[in-house]
Design a protein around this ligand. Structure first.
Ligand code: DQA
Length: 148
C-alpha cells in the first residue's frame, strides 16, 4: 500500500530546533528511516513537510486521488489551531495516526488540545523520533490486518 507521512510547521528545523524538547535527529534522517521501515514491510511511503497550512490541506486533499491508504501526521503547531487541517482529514476520510515527538500534555496548556485527535485511529506522543517509528509500525500492522 501507499503511505503518506506529513510534517507540519518548523519540523524542517529538526536537529537544531530545541533539541532538549525535540531531539537531535533531522527530518531527513527520520524520513529516511521511515522509508526503510515501509519498504521492508513491502509498502511504499512518501513524506511531505510544509510550514504552510494551505499546502498541508492541499496535500491531504491530494491523498484522496493518489492511492494513499494511510496517513501518519505530525501537524505540529497546527495541531492546536487548525480547523482546516481537521476538515481536510475528515473530508478524505483516510485512516491516520497523529504523532508528536514531545508529549504535548506535559507542556503548556495551549498544547493540551488537538483539533485532530478524535478523528485519529490513535495518537503517539513523547518518544522523540521513535514516535514516528511506532506510529508507522501501528499503521503497517493495521494495513496487514485490513489490506486495501
Ligand atoms: C509537536 C508538538 C507541538 O505542540 C509543537 O507545536 C510542534 C511539535 C511535537 O512533535 O512534539 O511543533 O507536534
Amino acid at each position: 500500500a501507499q503511505l503518506l507521512v506529513l510534517h507540519g510547521p518548523n519540523l524542517n528545523l529538526l536537529g537544531t530546533r530545541e533539541p532538549g524538547v525535540y531531539g537531535h535527529a533531522t527530518l531527513e534522517q527520520i524520513d529516511a528511516q521511515l522509508q526503510v521501515q515501509a519498504t521492508q514491510a513491502g509498502h511504499a511511503l512518501s513524506s511531505f513537510q510544509s510550514n504552510a497550512e494551505s499546502a498541508l490541506v492541499e496535500r491531504i486533499q491530494a491523498a484522496r486521488e493518489d492511492g494513499t491508504a494511510f496517513i501518519v501526521i505530525n501537524p505540529a503547531a497546527y495541531t492546536h489551531t487548525s480547523v482546516a487541517i481537521r476538515d481536510a482529514l475528515a473530508a478524505v476520510a483516510l485512516p491516520f495516526i497523529e504523532v508528536h515527538l514531545s508529549n504535548p500534555h506535559a507542556r503548556e496548556p495551549f498544547r493540551h488540545t488537538s483539533f485532530v485527535s478524535d478523528l485519529a485511529v490513535g495518537v503517539i506522543a513523547g518518544f522523540g523520533a521513535d514516535s514516528y517509528r511506532y506510529a508507522l509500525d501501528a499503521a503497517l500492522a493495521r494495513l496487514a490486518r485490513a489490506p486495501s
